[in-house]
Write a protein that binds this ligand. Structure first.
Ligand SMILES: NC(=O)c1ccc[n+]([C@@H]2O[C@H](COP(=O)([O-])OP(=O)(O)OC[C@H]3O[C@@H](n4cnc5c(N)ncnc54)[C@H](O)[C@@H]3O)[C@@H](O)[C@H]2O)c1
Length: 251
C-alpha cells in the first residue's frame, strides 16, 4: 500500500466526481482520509462508506471552502484526531458561466473564492504543520482552461484556474526546503453522473469530440495521477502541472 500511515484532507470530496474518487483511491492505499464538503450529510455518509469498504480511518466534516472558520476547524480537528497532516488535496472549484459584460461582482467573487482563494486559505493553515513534520504533499485541481481559456462565459473560471497554477509554483519554491511538494493536475472534460444535468447533450458531445483518445475521461484518471504525486514515487516532482486530457490539450 502506497499511503500507509499518511493522513489526507480532501476538499469537495462528497460529490460524484474527482474528489470522491481520489478519497477512495487514497483510502485503498492505506491513508486516513478526512472527507470535507460544503454538504455535511454527504461528507459523513461518504466517510462512513469509505471506512467500511477499505477498513481505514475516515471522518466526514462540513467545510465550505468560502468559510475560513470551517477551514480552520477542519485543520484543527484533523490534527487533534490524527496528530499529523501529510496530504492536502484541494479539489473544490466552481463555475457560474457568464459573459464578461454581464458578469456580476458576486459571480466573480464566488468563482474566485471557491476555486482560488480556498487553495490559499488551506495552504496557509496546513503549511506550518507540514513544515514542522518536514513532510507534505499538496495537490490542487486546476483545469486546461487555465492555459488556453474556454468558450465565452468562463473568464473568471479560467483566471482562477490559471491563478492556482501560478500560486502553486510559488508555493513549491517556499515549501521545497521542508520536503513539501506542491503540484497541480489540469483535467479537460471529466465525465460524472451529474454532467447531463449541467450541460446540453450537444455540448457534451462537442467536448468528447475534442478528445483524441477514444474514451471518456473519468474521475479515476485524475485520482490515479493524484496517487502518483502523493506517493513516494512522486517525491522529486514539485511546482508542476500534469495535464490529464486524453490528448485534447493538443487541439
Ligand atoms: N469535471 C470536469 O470536467 C472538470 C474539468 C476540469 C477541472 N475540473 C475541476 O475538478 C474539480 C472537481 O470537479 P468535479 O466535476 O469532478 O466534481 P466533484 O464531485 O469532485 O466536486 C463536487 C463537490 O464540490 C462540492 N462543493 C461545491 N462548492 C463547494 C464549496 N464552496 N466548499 C466545499 N465543497 C464544495 C459539492 O458539494 C460537491 O459535492 C473542480 O475544481 C473542477 O473545477 C473538473
Amino acid at each position: 500500500m502506497k499511503l500507509q500511515g499518511r493522513v489526507a484532507i480532501l476538499t469537495a470530496a462528497a460529490g460524484a466526481g474527482i474528489g470522491k474518487a481520489t478519497a477512495r483511491t487514497f483510502a485503498r492505499e492505506g491513508a486516513t482520509v478526512v472527507i470535507t464538503d460544503a454538504h455535511e450529510g454527504r461528507s459523513i455518509q461518504t466517510a462512513n462508506e469509505i471506512k467500511k469498504e477499505f477498513g481505514i480511518e475516515a471522518i466526514g466534516l462540513k467545510c465550505d471552502v468560502l468559510n475560513l472558520d470551517e477551514i480552520r476547524y477542519t485543520v484543527a480537528k484533523t490534527l487533534d484526531l490524527f496528530g499529523r497532516i501529510d496530504i492536502l488535496f484541494n479539489n473544490a472549484g466552481t463555475n457560474r458561466p457568464s459573459r464578461i459584460v454581464d458578469m456580476t461582482d458576486e459571480n466573480w467573487d464566488i468563482v474566485m473564492g471557491v476555486s482560488l482563494r480556498s487553495v490559499f486559505y488551506f495552504c496557509r493553515e496546513v503549511l506550518p504543520i507540514m513544515m514542522r513534520q518536514q513532510y507534505g504533499r499538496i495537490i490542487s485541481i486546476t483545469s486546461v482552461a487555465g492555459f488556453r481559456g474556454l468558450a465565452a462565459g468562463h473568464a473568471h473560471y479560467a483566471a482562477a484556474k490559471a491563478g492556482v497554477m501560478a500560486f502553486t509554483r510559488c508555493l513549491a519554491m517556499e515549501a521545497a526546503p521542508y520536503r513539501i511538494t506542491a503540484n497541480t493536475i489540469a483535467p479537460s472534460f471529466i465525465y460524472n453522473e451529474f454532467i447531463p444535468n449541467l450541460y446540453p447533450e450537444e455540448e457534451i458531445q462537442r467536448m468528447f469530440d475534442e478528445i483524441p483518445y477514444p474514451r471518456k475521461g473519468v474521475p479515476q484518471d485524475i485520482a490515479n495521477t493524484a496517487l502518483f504525486l502523493a506517493s513516494d514515487e512522486g517525491e522529486y516532482i514539485t511546482g508542476q502541472t500534469i495535464c490529464v486530457t486524453g490528448g485534447s490539450w493538443m487541439r
